[in-house]
Design a binder for this molecule. Structure first.
Ligand SMILES: [Zn+2]
Length: 287
């Protein structure tokens, strides 16, 4: 039973505010170079997107004017959403000597089904332009937790509109769901700590709980011992995933996908950790 006494809205805030714009949908006229480069590796794989919308709990009403019936048009939001899922489902190298975590961890964090990573959730979308995404815990016990991704992950003029950053937000919001499942309080500023403080330059800060490569068996990212010695924050999971995309992805993952993932990770490393900068993509592993 997980009946909430109130609704807490957890957001991954943008480092720099964008003007709020009215509009029913995100930009639908183009896709970023990284989205198109990854797309070209699968060429619109029907079996995959028919699996993905169920695995992520997508509801047709949320996506009806966003490519639900035009799933091979990479300019639209649903195709961009499943393109990011394709990256994290098939694109990781799962190198036990180098990867922070394995596909099994990243999938369990992102996908809808209940597990040790989080209770059941579903992915929706919002036209907000002031956040990358949000996590909203269910109110009623019979309802479902909700992950929303927002236009800055879909509008190609924003640097975060790329498959790595979008999937990285699945990690971030999924980790708010993890905190909700285990009743961890990561702070009351959108599910983070107030800032700026320490090396964190924005209002919404995390700690980076360093761990060595191999400290977590693949599938064990959910584990913690209640102390900082074995724990993850949302931005940390996101940065570790993004650096695994950048440095430990399959050989066929396009350079543009890896470079945009690294840029997102390194920007977060520099701005969102109290004990930052945290890990930087490309730095030697293990250390
Ligand atoms: Zn980790």
């Amino acid at each position: 039973m997980n009946l909430k006494q109130g609704i807490a809205l957890m957001s991954s805030v943008l480092a720099f505010g964008l003007a709020t714009e009215a509009g029913a949908v995100c930009t639908q006229t183009a896709a970023s170079n990284a989205d198109r480069a990854l797309w070209n590796t699968h060429g619109c794989w029907q079996d995959f997107f028919l699996w993905q919308y169920q695995a992520y709990g997508l509801r047709s009403g949320d996506w009806s004017n966003r490519g639900w019936n035009d799933a091979c048009n990479v300019n639209l939001e649903f195709p961009k959403h499943w393109n990011a899922s394709y990256l994290l489902t098939y694109g990781m190298a799962d190198n036990g000597a180098q990867s922070f975590h394995g596909t099994v961890d990243y999938r369990a964090t992102a996908e809808a089904r209940s597990s040790k990573f989080h209770d059941s959730l579903y992915h929706s979308i919002t036209d907000r332009t002031d956040v990358f995404g949000t996590f909203t815990p269910r109110f009623w016990p019979w309802d479902t937790d909700r992950v929303e991704t927002a236009c800055p992950l879909y509008n190609p003029t924003v640097s975060n509109s790329n498959p790595g950053s979008r999937a990285g937000d699945y990690m971030h919001e999924g980790w708010h769901a993890y905190f909700d499942k285990y009743n961890f309080n990561n702070g009351n500023t959108g599910g983070h700590r107030p800032g700026p403080q320490g090396a964190c330059t924005i209002n919404g800060c995390d700690y980076f709980y360093f761990h060595g490569i191999g400290a977590y068996a693949f599938g064990a990212m959910w584990e913690n011992n209640g102390t900082a010695s074995r724990f993850h924050s949302p931005n940390q999971v996101q940065v570790e995933f993004l650096c695994d995309v950048a440095d430990q992805s399959q050989w066929w993952i396009p350079l543009s996908v890896r470079q945009t993932a690294a840029a997102d990770a390194n920007g977060r490393a520099a701005s969102r950790f109290i004990n930052g900068p945290g890990y930087t993509c490309g730095s030697p592993r293990p250390w």
